[in-house]
Write a protein that binds this ligand. Structure first.
Ligand code: CO
Length: 467
């Protein structure tokens, strides 16, 4: 066993995102931040992923303000964010100058650890974000290169080891294995982590997994046994189900092996006590669905993440076609194979799921092909991990047609997004952060800025009346 393992606490980001669709407002957890600051975590994942979108769209919060407040209340802890490479926190790819500015502002507003991934593990899509991280780094900054983990005939241990070597040579400080579907088994974790450690030496390895299929605790223990350096966990009342393994439980188990974690037992228990009534509030309101707290081994059979299944069920119900569910489920691996085995993470999970449903509903495979799948074959998302179906490629690109690097070339061009945002917003835009919110989520950001202004005007009127 390793002598030291550190913890990343995910309650503020991934646990919140997995269990309650990222609807946890800042005001719910503001009071516990000074306590969390004393827990001794490796880092606290608190920003990025879907939090940015959710702040603007649902919570009426300025995501940048949220980050600055967390920073102020947790001055001693590394604050961590998840970044989708060239897609930042959105669903399309942005120009390099936008990516660079976003990273600069993230660091300026308080982020220390930037975990960067690309859905296809096409590392050209994370290069700009890495370079920006290095350019604006403070002594606390950590650039973490992240691999989207999946199983397929082309995703061998050797291939993952190659990816890790590449991440190391690109200049990342740490490497994270991101098992978003929670399908990594103890056996696979052992093979991977030993293989990676052998190949890249001292560089810290982080394991991010989910409890969705019930394997996370076994997988984490085996990973620790095999030399992993940091694990992602969630305070226990926000753990399990589609979330991470429980912080206090892992701490307890590791302590008996004499493994140093740096965690303060009293503090991590206090954190859990604080979040218990908050969790109960959202169970009672229905925001936390009992389904998301359960174990579901179906993902092991179809290699389909939990979120993708619920999305597919919702689509089929909408179309009154739930009787086609089993057929659609069986079609997913076929579509994935035709696409060269992409990891099923946003946006690929939605694309593959929707195409599988279409194939089944039309009664003929690829009679209708979505725009996104066509763009995928054109090369707009990056390079497919394995060979794509030549038949389907010919159907989309014409006989002999080949994908191009249009996506990569496009991102290199400097866009006019900054200017466009400032023109569209006028006085509503008060900072570079505002401008960036607008570039990422224009409709939501503009609505938020208008509401912000309206609130201030109300307050002003009120003050005058009082006087
Ligand atoms: Co996750």
């Amino acid at each position: 066993m390793k002598k030291k393992v550190q913890f990343t606490e995910t309650v503020l980001r991934d646990a919140n995102q997995s269990l309650m669709a990222t609807r946890l407002p800042y005001s719910d957890y503001a009071d516990i931040l000074p306590t969390m600051d004393k827990a001794g975590y490796y880092s606290v994942e608190c920003w990025g992923g879907a939090t940015f979108d959710s702040c603007l769209r649902y919570l009426g919060e300025d995501p940048w303000e949220r980050l600055r407040s967390i920073r102020k209340n947790m001055p001693n802890t590394r604050l961590q964010m998840l970044l989708r490479g060239q897609n930042l926190l959105g669903y399309k790819h942005y120009h390099d100058d936008v990516v660079e500015k976003f990273v600069e502002l993230s660091i300026k507003n308080g982020i220390d650890v930037i975990r960067i991934f690309d859905a296809l593990n096409d590392f050209r899509n994370i290069k700009t974000a890495l370079e920006a991280t290095k350019k604006y780094a403070t002594p606390r900054t950590v650039a973490s290169g992240c691999i989207s983990y999946t199983q397929s005939p082309v995703h061998t241990v050797a291939k993952y080891v190659e990816m890790c070597k590449e991440l190391k040579s690109m200049g990342f400080d740490t490497i994270c294995l991101k098992d978003m579907a929670g399908t990594m088994s103890p056996n696979e974790a052992e093979g991977l982590i030993k293989g990676i450690k052998d190949a890249i030496g001292e560089m810290p390895i982080i394991l991010h997994t989910h409890c969705t299929t019930g394997m996370a605790y076994m997988t984490l223990m085996k990973a620790i046994d095999s030399g992993v350096d940091v694990i992602d966990t969630a305070t226990s009342c926000f753990s399990n189900g589609t979330s991470q393994a429980a912080t206090e439980t892992m701490f307890y188990a590791l302590q008996q092996y004499g493994i140093e974690t740096g965690l303060n037992e009293e503090v991590i228990n206090k954190v859990n006590d604080y979040f218990k009534p908050i969790k109960q509030k959202y169970v009672d309101s229905g925001l936390i669905n009992p389904k998301s707290m359960a174990t579901d081994s179906q993902a092991l059979v179809y290699k389909v993440p939990g979120g993708m299944l619920s999305n597919m069920i919702a689509n089929l119900k909408d179309m009154n076609a739930m009787d086609k569910f089993d057929e659609a489920l069986v079609e997913i691996p076929n579509v994935r194979k035709d696409l060269g085995y992409p990891p099923l993470v946003t946006p690929l999970s939605q694309m593959v799921g929707n195409q599988a449903v279409t194939n089944v509903l039309m009664g003929e495979r690829y009679k209708q092909i979505s725009k996104e799948i066509k763009n995928y074959f054109k090369g707009e998302y990056g390079t497919a991990p394995g060979e794509v179906s030549s038949q389907l490629q010919a159907k989309i690109l014409g006989e002999g047609g080949q994908p191009t690097d249009c996506r990569i070339e496009d991102s290199k061009r400097t866009g006019k997004e900054f200017q466009k945002a400032r023109e569209a917003l006028g006085d509503l835009c008060r900072s570079e952060e505002d401008m960036m919110s607008y570039i990422c989520f224009p409709d939501q950001a503009e609505k938020f800025f208008q509401e912000r202004l309206a609130k201030e005007e109300n307050v002003a009127t009120y003050t005058i009346t009082e006087a």
